[in-house]
Write a protein that binds this ligand. Structure first.
Ligand SMILES: [Fe+2]
Ligand SMILES: [Fe+2]
Length: 305
C-alpha cells in the first residue's frame, strides 16, 4: 500500500525528535532523512539547512500529541518568565496546530493550554492587556483566533470566571472559526466585496465548524454551539439561522469577534484599525440597535478599561 506523508513546518522541525523524518528524491521517492529518536543538529535547525521534510501520515496523531506536549511546556516556561513576544509566538504555534492538526488531539490538549494561560494571566496582569496587540503570525485565521483567545482570557480573568467556564470559552475562542479551514481560499484572499453567492458560501463556516467539532466527539456541545452561533444576533439579523436564542458563550465570542477586526485589523467600512474607544463606540451602536446584550457589552468594556 502506498504511504501518505505530511509536510513538517521548518519552524517546528526541532519538535519532531521522536519521529522519523523523510524527504523526497528527484524521482519523487520518499527517503529516510532522520531516524526515530535522532535529533537534527542545532546548527542545521538554525540555518534551516535541510530539505523539505515530511512525517508519515500514520504518525500524525502521535506527532500532534507530542507537539502539543512540547508546545504546552514551552508556553508554561514563557508565560511565567519571558516577555510578551515569545508568549504570543508560542500561542500562535499552538493555535495553528489546533486548527490544522487532528481535532481529537486538540480535544485532549487544549484545556491544558488554557489552564497554563489562565495561571500566567493571573500572575501577570500586563500580559493580559498586551497580548492581543501584537501580531506574530502571517496566517490571518491564526492571528484572528489568537486575538479572540487573548481578549476572551482578558474577559474571563477580569470577571473571575471559574476554571471550567474559562476552559470552555478559551477553547471556543480558538475553534470558533475552524469552519474557515474548509472554505476555498479565494473567499479569504479577495480584496473586493464578496458577491451574494460567495457570502452565502462564506456563512457556511459556522455550520461546517459546528459539524467538525461535533464529529470529533472530544469537545463539549457548548464549544460546537459557539462555532455555529457566533454570527447570530439578538435581533435575529445574524446567520446561519437568524436565531435570537443564543448561548451566553456564543454571545460573548460573537461580541469579541465583532470588536477584534475593528480594533486590530480594520474592516471594509473602517479600513484602518480604530482606537479601542472608537471601536467600542461603533459596537455600542450595534448594542443600541439590539444586536448584542447590553450587560455583556458593559462587562466587556470594563475588562478593557
Ligand atoms: Fe466567524
Ligand atoms: Fe471570527
Amino acid at each position: 500500500m502506498e504511504e501518505n506523508f505530511i509536510p513538517v513546518k521548518k519552524s517546528q522541525i526541532s519538535l519532531f525528535k521522536s519521529f522519523p523524518l523523510f524527504y523526497f528524491s528527484k524521482e519523487n521517492e520518499p527517503l529516510l532523512y532522520k531516524k526515530e529518536g535522532e535529533r537534527l543538529k542545532d546548527a542545521r535547525i538554525k540555518t534551516k539547512q535541510f530539505p523539505d521534510l515530511f512525517i508519515r501520515a500514520s504518525d500524525r496523531e502521535n506527532a500532534s500529541h507530542a507537539l502539543f506536549k512540547t508546545m504546552n511546556a514551552h508556553l508554561e516556561e514563557t508565560v511565567f518568565s519571558q516577555g510578551i513576544v515569545p508568549i504570543r509566538q508560542a500561542l500562535s504555534t499552538l493555535v495553528q496546530e489546533a486548527l490544522e492538526g487532528p481535532l481529537n488531539v486538540s480535544g485532549k490538549m487544549l484545556p491544558e493550554t488554557i489552564e497554563i494561560l489562565f495561571q500566567g494571566y493571573n500572575q501577570n496582569k500586563i500580559l493580559v492587556k498586551s497580548l492581543a496587540k501584537l501580531s506574530s503570525s502571517s496566517d490571518k485565521l491564526v492571528e484572528h483566533s489568537v486575538n479572540i483567545l487573548s481578549l476572551t482570557m482578558q474577559f474571563c480573568t477580569f470577571h473571575h470566571f471559574y476554571q471550567t467556564k474559562t476552559q470552555t470559552l478559551g477553547v471556543s475562542a480558538i475553534l470558533h472559526d475552524i469552519g474557515h479551514t474548509q472554505l476555498p481560499p479565494e473567499l479569504h484572499n479577495t480584496k473586493t466585496r464578496l458577491s451574494d453567492t460567495q457570502f452565502k458560501e462564506f456563512q457556511t463556516h459556522t455550520t461546517k465548524g459546528y459539524q467538525t467539532i461535533i464529529d470529533c466527539e472530544c469537545f463539549t456541545p457548548e464549544i460546537a454551539m459557539v462555532a455555529l452561533a457566533h454570527h447570530e444576533k439578538l435581533d435575529g439579523s445574524g446567520y446561519p439561522k437568524g436565531s435570537t436564542d443564543i448561548s451566553e458563550e456564543a454571545q460573548l465570542i460573537g461580541l469579541i469577534d465583532a470588536y477584534e477586526p475593528l480594533a486590530y485589523r480594520g474592516t471594509s467600512r473602517h479600513t484602518a484599525p480604530q482606537k479601542p474607544f472608537n471601536s467600542l463606540q461603533i459596537l455600542k451602536n450595534e448594542v443600541i440597535a439590539g444586536k448584542y446584550s447590553r450587560q455583556m457589552f458593559v462587562n466587556f468594556c470594563s475588562c478593557l478599561a
